[in-house]
Design a protein. Structure first.
Lengths: 237, 290, 237
């Protein structure tokens, strides 16, 4: 700082020699240019600055002095083409980014789709729809793909060669699973209380599938006597 | 600090007037639009006394105001109700100030009432001056300026999707539970034996029997319907219904040893009465014999 | 300058001891705060500044240092309630007049209402009307609320629980006030009893009202009641 202040002194003298009688002293001029550029909504050209200053004042020296003064500071005086403006120091650009992490809950549809993929992989979209009983929107699958929890598996060797979906390592990481084989079977889910309510007459011996991956039709039977409230009535646990 | 002076005394007024002068006349004739209300008018009159507002002569002020109202009446100027209310109050105040104090100590004295009025005027005057003083400050946008080109912070909204294992499992459980609740109709085509098919099949089989003998209903079921419980159940139900229908038509006979015992059926020989030769006494009333 | 820098050193050390590993050194912190405040047009609260700084960084010392650094410059760092902002020096306003696009001159009634709110806050509408001797038009309060100079305080704990009005940080900013304690003539008005409903020594006419905001904490640090949530906090009357 002290060095800078010293460096400005000669400029002041120079100006005093060339400036008009009305022109403010160099230090004052510098303050003026500083204020003008600070308040300006756009970079100001030399001519614009001069026009706003008291008659006869020439801003060049003040600009040069300001450039020095702001050197190494959090903001710098920059020349942009023929105009001048204060700008944040480039190394501090990161401060101008406000990172907001918003937590969002996966939608029920996405969670269900993910669950079906996890349990039945590799599984085609048609199969997911069959299991969930509703169509799967492209957005839901896209989101799961974007999240990196799901990726495309081999195409199914069946008519139309549909794409299959499988889960990824990121999926295992996120849900802290060693392997998809660790996913509990239906019976375990039930005993863990994760089934909201036992369906009436549910068969207690329903296969304790340790790896239900490929067995899509566990020995459950649709109960004809059940009053179905298509999923919508089921609360989130 | 001179602010004290300024706030309490107010700047000196230049109108040198006494009593009802030309100025007051002008004040009258000039429309009252310039005043915000009786207090505003009173304040203006009080200011003309050129003293500390709390030391004004309230009596003189009251008289001045009343004179003003009288003059307005004379000139047939319609005064708003609040001006008249103030006039009535000031007339009361004036009487309280002039007459000896009543013995009752409950009511404020005339002097106290006058004090209150003076205080009220001083308070309003103070706020007027405060407003002016505020306006004389180095206002933003007039004397002080903010950064003209603010660099808005870029909001990088990073979405973190929340999903835990319990939810995942619950979701799966939910789907499977929903499955269990799903009505039969979804699978109808595959796992339901149509009634007509059952009837046709039963009729065919019974007609083909060389020696009519009691046979369990299950024996008439097609083998491919026996494996899956769902299909088996449907086949049993349909065949049973078909058997009832055929029995009603008199084409076969039904018999059951006991409740929940196997249902037996045989083709009906011509001439035999329905159910005549049921061998045992316990006859399950399975059939509709009408 | 040298003296200031020296004075800051102990803070730096303290910070190094108490702060997190990631907290930047004092000089760097000052640059960061400078950049942040330069980039903002609205005053930033201490909390906002801290939030934008690297974890564990505390901006107080940097702010104090910046105030000194900009003393006498064309722009200065102003403290506005609990917030901070760079503003051009008041004596240079004439240079920027051209920048003014919209003139918002308040009507006399609006200015008077604003003054009543500022000096008597928290104040109810009925009290404003009592002081001004006329009813407050809804438009006036709406305007002040719209301008962001006035906001609602706590409801008064009296019959009807009337809403109260208090001033905001934007009010302080606009009128170049560091806190409501700096309202012009406040002390004089108070000692002259002109902020009281009743003349000095008079029996109060009605139940005593809660002590006005501005009177409660005499001699304390300027509390920016205007900026806090609980501007209306008050004793029950």
């Amino acid at each position: 700082m002290t060095a800078e202040t010293a460096a400005e002194e000669p400029d002041g003298e120079e100006d005093a020699a060339t400036g008009l009688f009305a022109a403010p002293p160099e230090a004052e001029l510098e303050r003026m240019v500083e204020a003008l550029l600070f308040a300006a909504s756009e970079p100001m050209s030399l001519a614009e600055i001069a026009r706003r200053l008291p008659d006869g004042a020439e801003p060049e020296a003040a600009l040069a002095s300001l450039v020095k003064r702001y050197e190494g500071r959090g903001v710098r005086l920059e020349r942009i083409g023929k105009a001048w403006a204060f700008r944040t120091a480039p190394d501090l650009g990161f401060l101008m980014r406000e990172e907001v992490t918003e937590e969002r809950k996966l939608s029920r549809a996405a969670m269900e789709t993910l669950a079906v993929i996890a349990y039945h992989q590799p599984v085609t979209r048609a199969e997911i729809e069959e299991i969930r009983g509703v169509s799967v929107s492209k957005g839901t699958l896209d989101l799961l793909l974007d999240l990196g929890w799901v990726r495309l598996g081999r195409r199914r060797e069946s008519p139309g060669r549909p794409a299959t979906f499988i889960t990824t390592t990121a999926f295992l990481d996120h849900f802290e699973l060693e392997s998809v084989k660790d996913l509990p079977g239906l019976k375990e889910l039930r005993s863990a209380g994760l089934l909201e309510a036992d369906p009436p007459g549910a068969e207690p011996e329903a296969a304790p599938k340790p790896a239900p991956l490929l067995e899509r039709d566990e020995g459950e039977e649709p109960k004809d006597d059940a009053t179905t409230e298509e999923g919508g009535a089921q609360k989130d646990g | 600090m001179s602010a004290n002076e300024e706030f309490i005394e107010g700047p000196p007024r230049d109108a040198g007037d006494e009593g009802m002068t030309a100025e007051e006349e002008a004040l009258l004739t000039v429309s009252l639009d310039g005043f915000e209300g009786p207090i505003d008018l009173l304040l203006e009159m009080a200011r003309r006394q050129k003293v500390d507002l709390r030391r004004i002569s309230v009596l003189a002020l009251a008289e001045q105001y009343l004179a003003f109202v009288a003059e307005a009446k004379r000139l047939r100027i319609d005064l708003a109700a609040d001006y008249l209310v103030m006039a009535a109050w000031l007339a009361y105040l004036k009487s309280r100030l002039l007459l000896p104090e009543p013995p009752s100590a409950d009511e404020p004295s005339g002097a106290e009432l006058a004090d209150r009025l003076a205080h009220r005027l001083a308070r309003l005057e103070a706020m007027r001056k405060a407003a002016a003083a505020l306006d004389r400050r180095a206002l933003l946008g007039e004397a002080r300026f903010p950064r003209g080109a603010p660099e808005a912070a870029q909001r990088l909204a990073e979405t973190r999707w929340r999903a835990d294992l319990a939810e995942l499992l619950r979701s799966y459980a939910r789907i499977r539970t929903r499955d269990a609740y799903r009505p039969l109709m979804v699978d109808k085509r595959e796992s339901v034996m149509a009634l007509e098919d059952a009837r046709a099949r039963l009729g065919q089989l019974l007609g083909g029997m060389s020696v009519p003998s009691w046979t369990r209903l299950e024996a008439f079921l097609p083998a491919e319907w026996l494996e899956a419980p769902i299909k088996r159940r449907s086949a049993v139900a349909s065949s049973f219904a078909a058997a009832l229908e055929l029995a009603r038509r008199g084409e076969l006979e039904l018999r059951q040893e006991a409740t929940f015992a196997p249902l037996l059926l045989r083709p009906r020989a011509a001439g035999e009465g329905p159910g005549n030769d049921a061998p045992e006494g316990h006859e399950g009333e399975q059939g509709d014999r009408a």
